[in-house]
Design a protein around this ligand. Structure first.
Ligand code: ADP
Length: 155
């Protein structure tokens, strides 16, 4: 069974994330969406809410599991028989950052990272822009999956 993990903050999940997830689904038998917990980072939505949002979108997709983890992604991969790390690339800054991490993960953990290029309709979307718009009372409905809107507005 070929398993990948899509690690991230998903604070919150956006149409950029879902574009990558939907396009990756045919490539793997199992896709674990894993929220990485970093105690030094401040999040807008707590981890339970972020999981609830992802499950609202993918709860009926049999290939997808949603979970959380702390520590190194490669250790999480080894504990869970995960073969690949999935990441999305939006721009040169993402590439430079991801390159060092992917090479380190291969060196440290012998885990390959698979990159999918952002789609043209979603390349500008980031969770931080969504948070900023939401924080300032703007309309985020064109940037996030419709199924998470009721969860976000009740936060
Ligand atoms: P992290 O804090 O790990 O970057 P994010 O939730 O911001 O967590 O992103 C998780 C993954 O989703 C990353 O690989 C990121 O590049 C990818 N991603 C986020 N937004 C987009 C987008 N609009 N298009 C393609 N990939 C994206």
């Amino acid at each position: 069974m070929i398993t990948a993990v899509f690690p991230g903050s998903f604070d919150p999940i956006t149409l950029g994330h879902t574009d990558i997830i939907n396009r990756a689904l045919p490539l793997f038998d199992r896709l674990i969406i894993a929220i990485g917990i970093n105690v030094d980072k401040k999040y807008m939505f707590d981890v339970e809410k972020r999981i609830e949002m992802i499950e609202a979108v993918y709860g009926n997709e049999p290939k997808i599991e949603v979970t959380r983890y702390s520590g190194l992604t490669v250790d999480f991969c080894h504990r869970n028989q995960i073969n690949f790390i999935l990441r999305g690339l939006r721009n040169p800054a993402d590439f430079e950052f991801e390159k060092a991490i992917a090479q380190t993960n291969r060196k440290l953990g012998n885990i390959e990272t698979v990159f999918l290029l952002t789609g043209p309709e979603t390349s500008f979307i980031s969770s931080s822009i969504v948070r900023d718009i939401f924080h300032n009372g703007g309309d985020i409905s064109k940037l996030v999956p419709a199924k998470i809107m009721p969860i976000i507005v009740n936060n």
